[in-house]
Ligand binder design. Structure first.
Ligand code: AMP
Length: 380
């Protein structure tokens, strides 16, 4: 049985690695010839809108899924006329545009950040007047890892940014003075069965995820319930199949949804060693209509992204309970090259393991030190 995956990055790579023990085969479609999956599976190198390539790609597939949320909806719809596509293209449509995403959150009664559309440059000043400063302007589409964002702290910042703004639809959001960032991964099978992973605490720097702590320390049961409730509403309203990630800000004891991703997610990499069933395996189980595996944690985990350059593998593997994942990508500033998951029996032990990490992880561009002293995080 062969599963087609749109996008050939590390998420696809890890999906395939989770699928091989289940007897599955994979075929990828990605426009870039250096996509890392080329090392482990069949790959079609073509543009997502190349209909002839899509036909060839779809031939003989059991179903198609995706690991990249900016796949053109048109490509997903073209394929859906030939073979089942999960999650449904409607989920892509909702997640690709920040205005649609926020509209969906509001329609489903999910608390989200206050925001206003800025479709034209002239909408900016009235939006700032209404939402106040500080605020963040984001492009509606194609923004990820903090790209396409402007933070306005003063009126001067707004004036300075005006000349560099590209004429594309944007959204202005009120800045949320959050205590921390949390995310939930939820999964819904073709049969309607659902499972929810515990909330994860995420630390970003320059808009890129650096560290996830899982389960998030000190979570009130009510907060976990709120996150699951939000996820359940989205899963049901979209008749969703597969893994869905939702990112939240925790502020004043409340959760505000920031964005969602209709795919496996970086903040779920810890599940490979840190949960009973990984997000990758559960995504495959879901799209195939197989029983879902438990989303319960196996101890406490910390996932550290390796960005831009790599530490010495021997230094990492000398740490007890450290698991190293390298994606086979060439180093480049800001590029996710791999990750490490540290697993421990208790939060105290995890804090100890993190403090023992080599100097590589205590550089100012990492955020380990701030995470270790963060009041909401690990035990002091
Ligand atoms: P996003 O692309 O929306 O995930 O934003 C990237 C990062 O910018 C988030 O992970 C937050 O750290 C920060 N951020 C985004 N939106 C807001 C907001 N409304 N208030 C405060 N920080 C934000």
């Amino acid at each position: 049985m062969t599963i087609g995956i749109l996008g050939g990055g590390q998420l696809g790579y890890m999906l395939a690695l989770a699928g091989y023990p289940l007897g599955l085969h994979f075929r990828f479609l990605d426009p870039t010839p250096e996509a890392p999956v080329g090392r482990i599976a069949q790959r079609v190198t073509a543009d997502y809108l190349d209909h002839a390539a899509l036909e060839k790609f779809a031939h003989g597939l059991e179903l198609v899924t995706y690991e990249f949320e900016n796949v053109p909806v048109e490509a997903a719809k073209f394929l859906a006329a030939r073979v089942p596509v999960y999650p449904p293209p409607a989920a892509l449509e909702a997640a690709q545009d920040r205005i649609n995403e926020k509209k969906l959150f509001r329609e489903l009664g999910i608390a989200t950040t206050d925001s206003l559309p800025v479709l034209k440059k002239r909408d900016l000043d009235p939006a700032i007047k209404e939402l106040g400063l500080p605020s963040i302007l984001k492009t509606c589409r194609m923004g990820y890892d903090g790209k396409g964002q402007w933070i306005f702290r003063t009126a001067d910042d707004v004036e300075k940014a005006k000349s560099s703004l590209t004429p594309v639809p944007m959204v202005l959001e009120r800045f949320v003075p959050f205590t921390r960032e949390l995310s939930i991964l939820a999964v819904r099978s073709k049969t309607g069965e659902t499972a929810f992973y515990p909330l994860v605490e995420n630390h970003h720097r320059d808009g890129i995820l650096r560290l996830s702590l899982a389960p998030a320390p000190r979570i009130e049961p009510q907060i976990q319930r709120t996150a699951e409730d939000a996820a359940r509403r989205i899963l049901e309203s979209l008749n969703y199949v597969g893994v869905l990630a939702i990112e939240f800000f925790e502020a004043g004891g409340r959760l505000l949804a920031n964005e969602m991703a209709p795919r496996v997610h970086n903040s779920g990499h810890w599940t490979i060693e840190g949960a009973i069933t990984s997000q990758f395996e559960n995504h495959l189980r879901a799209v195939l209509g197989l029983p879902l595996g438990s989303a319960g944690p196996a101890g406490c985990s910390a996932m550290l992204n390796l960005i831009g350059d790599l530490p010495d593998s021997a230094d990492v593997l000398a740490i007890p309970d450290a698991h190293l994942h390298l994606y086979g990508k060439s180093p480049r500033p800001g590029r996710k090259l791999g990750h490490i998951t540290l697993r421990a029996a208790s939060p105290e032990r995890l804090a100890l393991r993190l403090s023992e990490l080599p100097a590589f992880f205590h550089r100012p561009d990492f955020c380990l030190d701030s995470a270790l002293t963060h009041s909401a995080s690990l035990p002091a």
